[in-house]
Design a protein around this ligand. Structure first.
Ligand SMILES: Cc1ncc(COP(=O)(O)O)c(C=O)c1O
Length: 704
C-alpha cells in the first residue's frame, strides 16, 4: 500500500517574505501600501494616516494639524496599558483592553468644520440668517463628550437635542454652563414629567423647544404650561413625503414612526390659535433618516419642509427656525458613492450648501424671512473622535500531518482503503478535482467508522490532518484564518450584529510589513454570532499579519476599529457578562510625547457587570471566602492557606475586567497571593501625569 504521506505537502509559498524579521518585510512593503490596502486615506482623511514607523497616526486638528502634532496611536496604547510606564507622563495606569481612545481635538475639529461649512454657505449664498446646530445626545451620552461639545460650541451657540427624561436632565445641566441662546431641542415620546422638565428648562432661562412628535402631546404642553405659568416654545415634527430608501429610511415617509401628518399639523395650528398660543409655535422639525446618501435626496426633503415652514408662517405661526434633523452621513468605506448605507456622496461643505440653497430658494419664492437653520447631526460629529482598540490573541492553527500512515490504515474499512488509494492516485496525477472528491469520501467514510466504533479518535484526527495537508498541497485550502480577538461584538460593535453596519478595522501597527494572511475575527462570547466576517469594500476577510510571538511589539497585535464614536457605546449590552471597555481621553500636546492623557477609566469589572444583573458581588465574595475559611481550618498544614488563596483569586477576578488578561496567569496569581491589594476602578484625572492614581488598598470590593 503506498503511503500518501510521502506526497509533497510542502506549504504553497505565497511569496518569499515569510521571515519574522521586521526589517525584511520593510524592504518589500511600505506604510503607504498599507494605507491603500486598508483604504485609510479614503475613509480616514484628514484625521488618520500611516507614519514611517508603520503605525497609525492621528491628526488631531484634521487638515490644520502641523507635522509635529501627529499622535502615534500605538504609543498611546502602550502608555496607557503598561502598568510600569512612567516615561514623561508617569501614568502607569495598566488599563485593560479593549480600550476606547477619545481625541477631544478631533471632536472640536468636527464641530468647527460643521459650523464653518454652514457659515461659508450662508455667506456665499447671501442667506439672511444663521446656522445654529444641536448635538443629539443619544449618539453618545458620555459626560465628557457632551461637556466638550457644549464648551467647544459655546461661541457659536451650539446646543443639544434630547429624546428621553434622563437625556433632558443631562442636557439641561450641561447647558447651564454653556451659551444660554443654544437650543435644547426636546424630541421623543413625552409624558407629563418630560413636558414639565422641558418647561422648567425655560424657567431656568435655557432655550428649550418642545417638539411635538405626536399630536396628543399638545394637550399636555398646553395644560402644563398654564399650570406652571411658563410660556412654552413649541416645535412640531413633520412627517415628510420625501423618503430615504436605505436602512435608516424607515423613519421617514408617510408611514414613519414619528411626526405629524399634514392633517394633524393643520389641527395643531387650529388648536393653538383657539388657545391664543399660536405665537408659541416657532420651529419646524423633520428627520429624513440617518446616512442620507445624496444631496439630491437632501435637497428634495429640505425643500418639502421649507414649503411647510412657509405655510406655517402663512397660517400665522411665529416661525423662526427650521430644524433639518440628523442624517449628515459618514463615509465608512471611503467609496464616496452614496450607493449603500456605508457611504455618502457629498462632503460637509456640499451638505451645508445644499441645505442653505433649498431653504433660501423656497423662502424667497414665498417672500418669507429666512429662518435660522438648525441641524441635529450626530454621527457626523462624534464618529471620528473615538477609536476602539482590541487585540488579536490567537489565530487558527492547521492540523498536524500524520506521520504514521500504517496506524491510520489499520482502522480503515475496505471502502475507506479504496478511497485512500484513489486519493493517493489522484494526488500523484495532480488531479485536483478528483482529490477533492476523494477527500470528501474518505472523511465521510471515516466519520461513519468512528460512529460505529471501529476508528479511534487518534485515527479520526489523523484522517483530518491528512486530508488537510492534501488540500493544502493542491492549493485548495481555505486561506482565511480565524483570529480570536479579546472583544465582545455585542458589547462594543452591536450595530455589526444588529444591522450589519460595517466599520473600518485596521491593525494600528506593523503597517510597514506586508500582511501575509487573511482572517475573520472571532470574539470571546460563546455565541456563534460573535464574529466579524464582513469588512468594508465588500470583503469577507481582512488582510492581517501573522501573529508574531517573538518579533515586533512583544508579540501583541493591536487592531483599531475606527469611526465608531456614535451609537455603539449606548447600544452595547453585556452578553456573556463582558462589560464596557476602558476609556482614555488624549489631547495633543507640545510636550515630549506629543500627547497627554487627561482622563482614564478602567472598563467595567466583573463585579460591575454582575451587579448590573442584580447579583451582589460583596455577598458572593463573602460566601466563597467563608467556604474557603472552613476548608482552611480542615487543612491547617497547607503552605498557602485556602483562605488566603481564595481571597486573592476572588479579589482579582471580581475587580478585573472580564476580558482575557494577557499577563501570564502564574505571574498574576503569584502577585495576587503575595499582596492581597487590588486595583479598583476609578475615574482618574491625570492632569498630565501629576494627579493620576489608581486607588490601591488591602481590602477588597470596597466602594470609594
Ligand atoms: C430625530 C433625530 N435627530 C437626529 C438624529 C441623528 O442622526 P445622525 O446621527 O444621522 O446625524 C436622529 C437619528 O436617528 C434622529 O432620529
Amino acid at each position: 500500500m503506498p503511503a500518501l504521506a510521502c506526497v509533497d505537502t510542502t506549504p504553497i509559498v505565497v511569496d518569499t517574505f515569510s521571515s519574522n524579521d521586521c526589517g525584511i518585510y520593510s524592504q518589500f512593503w511600505s506604510p503607504s501600501l498599507s494605507a491603500s490596502l486598508y483604504r485609510i486615506d479614503a475613509w480616514g482623511a484628514p484625521y488618520f494616516t500611516t507614519n514611517t514607523s508603520g503605525n497609525i497616526s492621528v491628526r488631531p486638528h484634521g487638515s490644520y494639524t502641523l507635522p509635529n502634532q501627529d499622535i502615534d496611536l500605538l504609543n498611546v496604547v502602550k502608555h496607557v496599558t503598561d502598568p510600569k510606564s512612567t516615561g514623561g507622563l508617569g501614568l502607569g495606569l495598566g488599563l485593560g483592553l479593549p480600550l476606547i481612545v477619545r481625541f477631544p481635538d478631533v471632536l472640536k475639529n468636527r464641530l468647527e468644520s460643521l459650523q464653518s461649512s454652514f457659515d461659508f454657505a450662508i455667506q456665499t449664498q447671501g442667506y439672511d440668517s444663521h446656522y445654529q446646530g444641536v448635538y443629539p445626545v443619544k449618539c453618545n451620552q458620555d459626560r465628557y463628550i457632551i461637556e466638550d461639545i457644549v464648551e467647544f460650541g459655546s461661541s457659536f451657540r451650539f446646543g443639544l437635542e434630547a429624546g428621553s427624561k434622563p437625556e433632558i436632565l443631562l442636557a439641561m445641566s450641561c447647558l447651564c454652563k454653556g451659551n444660554l441662546e443654544a437650543f435644547l431641542v426636546c424630541n421623543g415620546f413625552k409624558d407629563a414629567e418630560y413636558v414639565s422638565l422641558a418647561l422648567l428648562g425655560r424657567k431656568l432661562e435655557l432655550n428649550t423647544v418642545i417638539v411635538l412628535e405626536q399630536e396628543d402631546e399638545l394637550d399636555l404642553v398646553v395644560d402644563l404650561s398654564k399650570k406652571m405659568n411658563i410660556k412654552p416654545v413649541i416645535g412640531l415634527r413633520a412627517k415628510l413625503r420625501t423618503k430615504h430608501s436605505g436602512h435608516f429610511g424607515s423613519t421617514s415617509g408617510e408611514k414613519g414612526k414619528f411626526g405629524l401628518t399634514t392633517v394633524q399639523i393643520v389641527r395643531v395650528v387650529k388648536k393653538l390659535r383657539e388657545k391664543g398660543m399660536l405665537d408659541c409655535l416657532q420651529l419646524l422639525h423633520f428627520h429624513i433618516g440617518s446616512q442620507i446618501p445624496s444631496t439630491a435626496l437632501l435637497s428634495d426633503g429640505v425643500a418639502e419642509a421649507a414649503q411647510l415652514y412657509c405655510e406655517l408662517v402663512r397660517l400665522g405661526a411665529c416661525m423662526g427656525v427650521i430644524d433639518i434633523g440628523g442624517g449628515l452621513g459618514i463615509d465608512y468605506d471611503g467609496s464616496k458613492s452614496g450607493e449603500s448605507d456605508l457611504s455618502v456622496a457629498y462632503s460637509l461643505e456640499e451638505y451645508a450648501a445644499a441645505v442653505v440653497a433649498s431653504v433660501r430658494f423656497v423662502c424667497d419664492q414665498k417672500s418669507v424671512k429666512h429662518p435660522v437653520i438648525c441641524s441635529e447631526s450626530g454621527r457626523a460629529i462624534v464618529s471620528h473622535h473615538s477609536v476602539l482598540i482590541f487585540e488579536a490573541v490567537s489565530a487558527g492553527k492547521q492540523h498536524e500531518t500524520p506521520t504514521d500512515i500504517q496506524f491510520l490504515l489499520e482502522g480503515y474499512s475496505e471502502e475507506a482503503r479504496g478511497d485512500y488509494e484513489n486519493l493517493y492516485g489522484a494526488a500523484m496525477r495532480g488531479d485536483r478535482d478528483s482529490c477533492l472528491i476523494y477527500v470528501d469520501q474518505l472523511k465521510q467514510r471515516c466519520v461513519e467508522g468512528f460512529k460505529e466504533g471501529s476508528l479511534s479518535i487518534e485515527q479520526l484526527a489523523g484522517v483530518d490532518g491528512l486530508c488537510e495537508s492534501v488540500i493544502k498541497a493542491i492549493g485548495a485550502s481555505d486561506p482565511v484564518l480565524t483570529y480570536n480577538v479579546n472583544l465582545s461584538v455585542f458589547t462594543s460593535i452591536p450595530d455589526f450584529w444588529g444591522i450589519d453596519q460595517l466599520f473600518p478595522i485596521v491593525p494600528i501597527h506593523r503597517l510597514d510589513q506586508r500582511p501575509m494572511a487573511r482572517g475573520i475575527l472571532s470574539d470571546l462570547t460563546c455565541d456563534s454570532d460573535g464574529k466579524i466576517n464582513k469588512f468594508i469594500g465588500g470583503e469577507s476577510s481582512l488582510p492581517l499579519h501573522e501573529l508574531d510571538t517573538n518579533g515586533c511589539s512583544n508579540g501583541r497585535y493591536y487592531l483599531g476599529m475606527f469611526l465608531g464614536g456614535a451609537y455603539e457605546e449606548a447600544l452595547g449590552g453585556v452578553h456573556n457578562l463582558f462589560g464596557g471597555p476602558s476609556v482614555v481621553r488624549v489631547l495633543q500636546s507640545d510636550g515630549p510625547h506629543g500627547f497627554e492623557v487627561t482622563r482614564a477609566v478602567m472598563g467595567q469589572s466583573s463585579a460591575d457587570v454582575l451587579r448590573a444583573m442584580q447579583h451582589e458581588p460583596e455577598l458572593m465574595f463573602q460566601t466563597l471566602q467563608h467556604r474557603a475559611e472552613e476548608l482552611s481550618k480542615a487543612q491547617r498544614n497547607n503552605k498557602v492557606s485556602a483562605e488566603k488563596l481564595a481571597a486573592s483569586c476572588l479579589a482579582r477576578s471580581f475587580n478585573n475586567m472580564p476580558y482575557l488578561s494577557m499577563e501570564t496567569s502564574t505571574n498574576a496569581l503569584t502577585a495576587a497571593i503575595n499582596n492581597l491589594g487590588v486595583y479598583y476602578r476609578d475615574e482618574a484625572p491625570c492632569d498630565g501625569g501629576k494627579d493620576e492614581k489608581w486607588a490601591y488598598f488591602g481590602g477588597v470590593l470596597k466602594e470609594t
